[in-house]
Ligand binder design. Structure first.
Ligand SMILES: [Zn+2]
Length: 182
């Protein structure tokens, strides 16, 4: 109890708030970008490509909110639990070149094309996308996968794409059908 209380006291309120805020929007939101938390990266120690697994919702939320350069609007766990981070009206840096006009959603998944997306997680995503679409007037082709927008290669392996999320196991067309069905 004491340890927890002391730890809480050492985090200044301003820092705690800063992690949930982004820049004010100057562009209209016409896009939603879907991510998975797992994916390829270059290992800082070996300089070799590695695959980072999905991780937990808590781990990912902590990591992203502690990074001053990164941000996300929503994160959805495998069981459908939805967490909000940066408010939609502020820019979260989740995709190169398109963050200013988009809302970012992270799904807890390995992003390797094998790890299945449970129906509870997909149902929660569909509900959120329908809500955003209705409030923001997003078109069907405005819902993108991160891999649709970033075709750059890994700096440590020029034969591999940097961003392949959410991966081939994500039922993209079926999700779009569910969101846009009358
Ligand atoms: Zn991504």
């Amino acid at each position: 109890m004491i340890v927890l209380a002391l730890t809480a006291l050492t985090v200044p309120a301003s820092d705690a708030e800063a992690r949930h805020t982004g820049n004010v929007r100057t562009q209209v939101i016409d896009m939603v970008v879907i991510h998975s938390t797992g994916g390829p990266t270059c290992d800082a120690g070996t300089g070799k490509p590695i695959w980072v697994g999905a991780g937990t919702l808590e781990e990912n939320m902590r990591k992203i909110e502690a990074d001053p350069k990164l941000g996300i609007h929503y994160m959805i766990d495998r069981d459908g639990t939805l967490r909000a981070s940066v408010p939609e009206d502020e820019v979260a840096n989740h995709v190169f070149h398109y963050s200013g006009r988009s809302i970012g959603i992270e799904l807890i998944n390995d992003g390797d094309g094998h790890d299945p997306f449970p129906e509870a997680q997909l149902a929660s995503l569909v509900k959120l996308l329908r809500d955003i679409k209705q409030r923001r007037g997003i078109a069907r082709d405005g819902i993108k996968r991160h891999s649709d927008l970033d075709h750059a290669l890994l700096s440590c392996d020029r034969t591999q794409r940097r961003k392949v999320d959410p991966g081939a196991a994500f039922p993209y067309e079926s999700i779009l059908d569910r969101v846009f069905q009358p």
